[in-house]
Design a protein around this ligand. Structure first.
Ligand SMILES: Cc1cc2nc3c(=O)[nH]c(=O)nc-3n(C[C@H](O)[C@H](O)[C@H](O)COP(=O)(O)OP(=O)(O)OC[C@H]3O[C@@H](n4cnc5c(N)ncnc54)[C@H](O)[C@@H]3O)c2cc1C
Length: 499
C-alpha cells in the first residue's frame, strides 16, 4: 500500500476544502472545531461509521492544571502553579519530552478546561481524595497518577489534576465526545463517515496538498489549500507495528483498543517525510486496585521478590511488571486486607496458608524466598518505612492476620487496556517535522496519539494525560492549519504540472 500519491499526477479533484482532518476522535474533533471557528472550510474524514475513537471508549479523565489552577481546582481552593505542574511532568518523563510542548501545555491547560466546559460538558465542583483509577463517586476531580507516591511527592507537591465529567462514571468518553460532536456539527464541519484516508497527496516540492479517501468502495481525491491534520489515533491494533516496536507486549492480551488504531496516521506522516519517535513506549496498566485496601498487599515476582512501590499508579505497576521474568506477577496479602480487584476479573488464588511458609510451599516458590521478603517488609512496615521502594507510610502495615494468600496477576492471564505513546515528531503547533532539521513539512499537521505527545512512558503516565494532550494539541493543530498561508503561496513551480 502506498501512502503517498503525487499531486502532479491528479487532473481533477473530487473535493476542495481549506482544511482536511483525518479521524474523528478527541484530537480530530477539537482540531476540526478550531479550524472551523477560525473561518476555514473543514472536511473531517472518519473510517468508522460513527465518531468517537478511543476517546469515546475512555473514561475521558483529563489531566489539567497549572497557571494557578483550573476553574475546578480553584473552586475547591486547590492552587496549582505552572512550576509545580511542570515539576511533576519532569518527574514523570524526565528528558523524554519536548520542553516547548510541556511549556505550552502547563501554561494553557487551565484555560483548556474552560474551553472544554464551554462545549457543554458539566463538571461537579467536588474532590475525590481516595485511591481509585476513576472516581465512581460523582466527584469531578481526583488524584489519578503517582502524585502521592513518595518518589514523586519529593519532587513536586501532590495536586489532584484528573478532571472527570459529572456523573459519567466510566462513560466519560461518551459524555465528552457527545459534546464535541454536537459542537463540530453545529459549527458546519463537513463530516464523512465510513471514509478511510488511504494516502496523502504531496507535490514535487514536498508540500502536502490533500489526501485520498476511500468511500463507497471508491477512491476520492481531496485538495486542501491550508492543510491536512492527521488525528488517526495510535497503532495498538496493528499487529505488525506492535511486534516491531513494542515486542515486550507480544503475547499479552492487551488489544482492547479502538479497532481504528491501525497506525494509518503515523504511516502516512512518515511516508510524507516525517519521523516517528518514542515508538517503543505504551500504556499498559495492571489494575491491582480498586479497592484501595489492596494497596496494603505486596507485589512479588516468581522469585518472591518485590519490584515496585505498590501505591503506584496502574501503568507504573504495569511497566515494572513487564520487566519481571516470565511475566510471573503475584500479590501477597493477609486476610485483614484481602479483597477482589474490581478491574481484573477471574483472578486466581494460587495459594492460601496459615503461615507464609505454607503459602510459599503451595505456590511452589523456592524455599525461603517469599518468607524473607515478607519478614523484611513486616519489620520495616512496623516502623512506617519501606527502605526498598519507599511506599508511603499510610499504606504500610505488617501482615499479621492469617490466613495469608497469594493472588495471580500473571501477565498471560490478565486482559488490560493498552495504547501506544509513540508517533510522529511534531512541533507544539502540530506541524509535522522532518528528521534531524525538524523542518515543518508544508501542509501537514498531526495531533493525538498519532504523535509523540506529553505522555511518553507508561512508568510516568497518569490517567487523563492522553485525553488532555489530544484535545489540547488537537486544538493547536487546528488553529495552526487555519492560520497557514494557502498552498498557492508556496514557491513557484509547485503548481507547474497542475492539470
Ligand atoms: C478503554 C480505554 C480507556 C481509556 N481511558 C483514558 C482516560 O480516562 N483518560 C485518558 O487520558 N486516556 C484514556 N485512554 C487513552 C485515550 O482514550 C486515547 O489515547 C485518546 O483518546 C486518543 O485520542 P485520539 O484522538 O488520538 O484517537 P482516537 O480517539 O482513537 O481517534 C482516532 C480516530 O481516527 C480514526 N481513524 C483511524 N485511521 C483512520 C483513517 N485512515 N481514516 C479516517 N479515520 C481514521 C479512528 O477510527 C478513530 O475514530 C483510554 C483508552 C482506552 C482504550
Amino acid at each position: 500500500m502506498s501512502w503517498i500519491r503525487s499531486y502532479e499526477s491528479i487532473r481533477d479533484f473530487d473535493f476542495e476544502t481549506e482544511v482536511a482532518v483525518v479521524g474523528f476522535g478527541g484530537a480530530g474533533g477539537c482540531a476540526a472545531l478550531e479550524a472551523r471557528r477560525a473561518g476555514r472550510s473543514v472536511m473531517l474524514f472518519e473510517r468508522s461509521s460513527g465518531a468517537g475513537g478511543s476517546t469515546a471508549l475512555s473514561a475521558c479523565e483529563m489531566y489539567l492544571g497549572g497557571n494557578g489552577g483550573t476553574a475546578l481546582q480553584k473552586a475547591l481552593g486547590i492552587e496549582d502553579t505552572s512550576e509545580n505542574f511542570r515539576a511533576y511532568l519532569d518527574a514523570c518523563f524526565g528528558n523524554n519530552c519536548d520542553p516547548d510542548r510541556v511549556s505550552m501545555f502547563v501554561d494553557g491547560a487551565a484555560q483548556h478546561f474552560d474551553w472544554m466546559e464551554a462545549l457543554g460538558i458539566r463538571y461537579n465542583r467536588s474532590l475525590f481524595s481516595g485511591r481509585d483509577v476513576v472516581a465512581m463517586t460523582g466527584d469531578s476531580l481526583q488524584f489519578s497518577g503517582n502524585e502521592r507516591v513518595n518518589w514523586f511527592a519529593k519532587r513536586s507537591k501532590p495536586v489532584p489534576r484528573a478532571h472527570l465529567a459529572a456523573d459519567a462514571d466510566h462513560n466519560g468518553g461518551q459524555v465528552v465526545m457527545a459534546a464535541v460532536i454536537r459542537n463540530v456539527e453545529e459549527a458546519g464541519v463537513d463530516i464523512r463517515y465510513d471514509a478511510r484516508a488511504t494516502a496523502l497527496i504531496q507535490d514535487a516540492h514536498g508540500a502536502v496538498r490533500g489526501l485520498v479517501v476511500r468511500m463507497d468502495n471508491r477512491d476520492y481525491t481531496v485538495r486542501t489549500s491550508h492543510g491536512v491534520i492527521l488525528c488517526a489515533g495510535g497503532f495498538i491494533m496493528n499487529e505488525l507495528m506492535t511486534r516491531q516496536h513494542i515486542p515486550h507486549l507480544e503475547g499479552i492480551s492487551t488489544r482492547h483498543g479502538n479497532p481504528g488504531d491501525m497506525g494509518d496516521g503515523i504511516l502516512m506522516g512518515v511516508a510524507a517525510g516525517g519521523q516517528a519517535i518514542n515508538m517503543g513506549q505504551a500504556f499498559f496498566g495492571i489494575a491491582t486496585y480498586p479497592p484501595a485496601d489492596l494497596t496494603y498487599g505486596i507485589l512479588v515476582n516468581g522469585n518472591g521478590q518485590r519490584f515496585v512501590a505498590e501505591d503506584s499508579y496502574i501503568a507504573r505497576i504495569g511497566d515494572a511488571a513487564l520487566k519481571q521474568p516470565d511475566g510471573e506477577i503475584y500479590m501477597f496479602i493477609d486476610n485483614r486486607h484481602f479483597d477482589r480487584p474490581h478491574y481484573v476479573q477471574g483472578i486466581e488464588i494460587v495459594a492460601v496458608g496459615e503461615t507464609v511458609a505454607e503459602v510459599e510451599a503451595e505456590a511452589g516458590f523456592t524455599e525461603g524466598t517469599l518468607q524473607h521478603t515478607v519478614e523484611f517488609y513486616n519489620t520495616h512496615a512496623a516502623e512506617g518505612r519501606d527502605p526498598l521502594f519507599d511506599k508511603a507510610a499510610n499504606w504500610l502495615e505488617p501482615f499479621d492476620t492469617a490466613p495469608f494468600a497469594l493472588v495471580s496477576y500473571r501477565l498471560a492471564d490478565i486482559k488490560q487496556t493498552a495504547f501506544t505513546l509513540g508517533g510522529l515528531d511534531v512541533l507544539p503547533t502540530g506541524e509535522v517535522v522532518t528528521p534531524n532539521e525538524r523542518a515543518p513539512i508544508p501542509g501537514l499537521y498531526a495531533a493525538g496519539r498519532t504523535v509523540a505527545g506529553i505522555p511518553r512512558t507508561g512508568a510516568g503516565y497518569a490517567s487523563g494525560m492522553s485525553v488532555a494532550d489530544v484535545t489540547f494539541f488537537g486544538r493547536a493543530a487546528g488553529r495552526q492549519a487555519a492560520a497557514a498561508k494557502p498552498n498557492n503561496a508556496l514557491p513557484a513551480g509547485a503548481d507547474a504540472a497542475e492539470g
